[in-house]
Unconditional design. Structure first.
Length: 168
């Protein structure tokens, strides 16, 4: 397994259901915000995102938002979803992941992060022994740093799409 390799690949967050989470051995879900449960330009959740997180909670999964974005943006989504959160998580560094697992009373290996970026969500998960589900971004980002990252992700994403749901 490489540091860039996600545990599973899905199109959208709502494609990750309790069955996949059981197969991954997850007890909790860490959620990215931008391009995962909302577009990076929107202040509204993506279609079906609120219902999906409620379904996960009803199925017994603990859910927390973990984002590199600032408190003002992340706290607004957390309030809307009724979830705890960690803002300015500094992904891919493991601090935010470890803090979220501790907040939930779990070990990193019992958690899965769902996000749209290999260079933050996936690498960070692999660095701390957490599982990851890589999503397709909801919309393309406009910033140059995003364009550079997406360029380097492109080959890996093509390779991952050709594999099964659960890679490792």
């Amino acid at each position: 397994m490489g540091v860039f390799t996600p545990t599973a690949v899905k199109q959208r967050a709502r494609d990750v259901g309790p069955e996949l989470l059981r197969r991954l051995g997850a007890k909790a879900v860490l959620l990215d915000v931008d391009n995962t449960i909302a577009t990076y330009t929107s202040h509204e959740p993506a279609e079906g995102a609120l219902e999906w997180t409620r379904e996960l909670s009803r199925a017994g999964y603990k859910v927390v938002i973990v984002s590199n974005n600032y408190k003002k943006r992340v706290s607004a989504f957390a309030a809307r979803f009724g979830l705890p959160y960690i803002s300015f998580a500094m992904k891919p560094l493991p601090f935010g992941y470890v803090r979220a697992a501790k907040m939930l009373g779990l070990r990193c290996r019992d958690c899965v992060i769902i996000g749209d970026q290999i260079f933050t969500d996936v690498i960070g998960a692999n660095m701390c022994g957490m599982k990851s589900v890589l999503l397709e971004p909801i919309e393309p980002e406009e910033g140059w740093t995003f364009r550079v990252r997406r360029h380097f992700e492109r080959g890996s994403r093509v390779k991952f799409k050709k594999r099964e749901d659960v890679i490792k």
